[in-house]
Design a protein around this ligand. Structure first.
Ligand SMILES: [Zn+2]
Length: 356
């Protein structure tokens, strides 16, 4: 598929804004694209970089009348191809490092190296562009090192930052950028895109669209890699073992899972979605009609199981489990001991069968 603006699904307003800025010669020097993980932030930034760099933009617009102008980026030229592969000499992509537990850190060294490069003249393009993904992972030192460049970027340098949330950045950073806040997509739009653009079978697209939490990028990746859904199955099976099991079984499970420290946050995220569904169901969201067509519940393939458990547990029990799972995730992010976190968490989970 050629890399052009229409690759963006559901953020058409953002495309219009950026394409319009190029068309009317009103491109800003720094942008901040925010939104949940895999919603399309980096894709949008890369396309903007392509649109700014694309050779077609110059050659075609100079030869033809504006009405017949090709809408850049073309996705075919050398510049577009190099940017798509993150190999263009004038477009730098700076990503945070991933540590053992999946924690992201953007270090001051990365920023220093980038700044040196930005001070050099562009090799072949009109602009020098830096895409800094997940700037919310920047250390205070890295953010401060970047601040001066953000305040006064060298001429023809364009800075594109992405972050989960503008509030996660220093106000001195976010206030100097034009912010583009991408919203999660509806399950309907994700399902439609999966079937029409990526040729995903309907039933799979339906499930993935609900699990995606508004993130098309996640759904596309999950459709391409069966391991994603398999991992989710396994994680839900572990949760089922926990709530079915007695104290001894739960402690054994805590011990087993604590040996996968890098996977623990993802495990808890999956459990969180399960408890969220149960809380919705026990609080009667389904009875009020929201869950009738499966729109409220995320884990739609587990709907029967969830509905049955919603009859066993009270709303207070499922809400407590939801909150405690969230707390456990928070503790893990702060480097708490995985086994202890899980043991404590399991003490708060209700059981599917009565204690004998
Ligand atoms: Zn191009």
């Amino acid at each position: 598929m050629p890399t052009t603006w229409n690759q963006i699904v559901g953020h058409e307003w953002a495309v219009q804004l950026l394409a319009g800025a190029i068309q009317h010669n009103r491109v800003g020097q720094s942008y901040l694209i925010t939104g949940p993980e895999q919603v399309g932030k980096t894709t949008l930034a890369r396309l903007f970089a392509q649109a700014l760099t694309c050779a077609e933009q110059y050659s075609v617009s100079s030869k033809q009348s504006p009405g017949s102008r090709l809408q850049p980026p073309c996705g075919q030229c050398r510049a577009c191809a190099l940017i798509a592969a993150d190999r263009h000499p004038d477009v730098r992509l700076v990503k945070p490092e991933v540590s053992g537990r999946g924690k992201l850190t953007l270090k001051i060294e990365h920023i220093r190296e980038l700044l040196q490069d930005l001070n050099l003249k562009a090799y072949e393009a009109r602009y020098k562009i830096a895409i800094l993904t997940r700037f919310d992972a920047a250390t205070t030192g890295a953010a401060n090192a970047f601040l001066k460049t953000l305040e006064e970027p060298p001429a023809n340098v364009i800075l594109l930052l992405t972050a989960l949330d503008a509030d996660a950045l220093l106000p001195t950073i976010s206030s100097r950028c034009r912010t583009i806040a991408l919203r999660p997509l509806s399950p309907h739009l994700i399902e439609q895109s999966l079937t029409s653009r990526w040729r995903v079978p309907e039933s799979e697209a339906h499930l993935l669209a609900h699990l995606a939490d508004g993130r098309l990028g996640w759904a596309v990746r999950a459709a391409a890699h069966t391991a994603v859904l398999e991992a989710r199955e396994t994680r839900l099976d572990w949760l089922r073992q926990a709530v079915d099991g007695d104290r001894v079984a739960r402690f054994a499970l805590a011990d087993k899972l604590s040996r996968k420290p890098e996977e623990l946050p993802a495990i808890l995220q999956t459990w969180l979605s399960w408890w969220r569904d149960l809380t919705l169901l026990t609080q009667g969201a389904a009875r009020n009609g929201a869950g009738q067509n499966g729109t409220a519940v995320t884990n739609i393939d587990r709907q029967v199981e969830l509905t049955n458990l919603a009859r066993v547990w009270t709303a207070a029990q499922t809400l407590t489990s939801l909150k405690q799972t969230n707390l456990a995730l928070w503790q893990l992010e702060r480097n708490a001991n995985g086994r202890l976190v899980l043991e404590n968490l399991f003490l708060t989970y209700p059981r599917t069968t009565r204690e004998r």
